[in-house]
Design a protein around this ligand. Structure first.
Ligand SMILES: [Zn+2]
Length: 86
């Protein structure tokens, strides 16, 4: 009977230890995913695309050159479009 009690105590201790370890792992996982998602949000967010008014190439709007008559993929196309239309 003593052995059975000892065995139950050991099993209970192991169960408690495993539960605490799983909780700690889950906490770490959720924390890391939170920090990962917050760190990756600016990069993973799709930037809006627009077509160059001169050649039609699609590019992220942030990388494009704003001209007087449209938005262009490069300064060269911005100037070429301005030269053609003047
Ligand atoms: Zn272009």
């Amino acid at each position: 009977m003593k052995i059975l009690l000892l065995l139950l105590t050991i099993l209970f201790a192991v169960w408690l230890w495993r539960r605490n370890r799983l909780n700690a792992l889950n906490d770490r996982k959720s924390k890391s995913t939170q920090t990962d998602s917050s760190a990756n949000n600016p990069a993973s967010e799709p930037s809006p695309m627009q077509a160059c008014s001169h050649c039609g190439v699609h590019m992220p709007t942030a990388d494009m050159v704003q001209g007087q008559r449209g938005i262009y993929c490069s300064l060269a196309h911005c100037q070429a479009a301005a030269d053609n239309r003047v």
